[in-house]
Design a protein. Sequence first.
Length: 280
Amino acid sequence: PAFTGARLRRTTKDINQCAECLVKNVGKVADANQDFDVKKYMSSFSLDIIARVAFGLDLDSQNDPNHPFVQHMAKTLDVRIWKNPFILFAFFLPSLVPLVKKFGIRFFRKDSVEYFSKVVHQAIDERKKGKIERNDFLKLMLEAQEMKFQRDDVDGIENHQRKPLTDDEVLSNCVIFFFAAFGTIGDAMAMTLYALATNPDVQEKILDEINRVLGDSKDYTYDQIKGLIYLDMVIHESLRLFAPAPVSSRVCSQDIVINGLKIPKDIEVVFPIYAIHMDP
């Protein structure tokens, strides 16, 4: 429910403001004919959008790269194996993960998790005190927390028991939202720009489409974006070539048979995304 069309339409003002800042900063290095680290720019851009759209926070990390939020995010996403043995255990010996945790080894840095937890707690407190009212991801989490016990009935059949989210569940959802969105969005945009820089003919087609759909408008609307068909195809192709998440996994919640293959409950299923994308 965080990503319905109606909710996304309300985010365009915030995204336009972040985009205006990005264009201004890239314009400065372009005017000076300088090289620049595109990933750094895209990461700050995506971070500002996530903070605004999901949590109502005005970070402006694009103009303040030394903001503690940015520093902690960079440290958290520095997941080189030789720095964090948890990755090795999680990947090759998942059954030992509970034991590894007992020795204080974690995937995320403790100081960074504490910092983000503090930020989210402050945002939640401000919402509950009525200081800020926004239709964003955080509001959905708080609504889920206030949900009363109820039973869902589908076609007269009792489906499942729903219960409100706990404080820890709200916090973990919010923190993971930051981590999951920041790296993937920044990487996807940086690699798309790289692909366009190395394929100028495609870049020209995109510019023609944008000029045709947006006209003289400097700000876009949700409905205009849906009209950028060629740009959508280019982004999909970029995601195929440079998948931000090369593998993904999910735990099977119940015994199931798919195309004759039985998958037992609680088994972890790993999807080789990069391999699938590169298979002719």
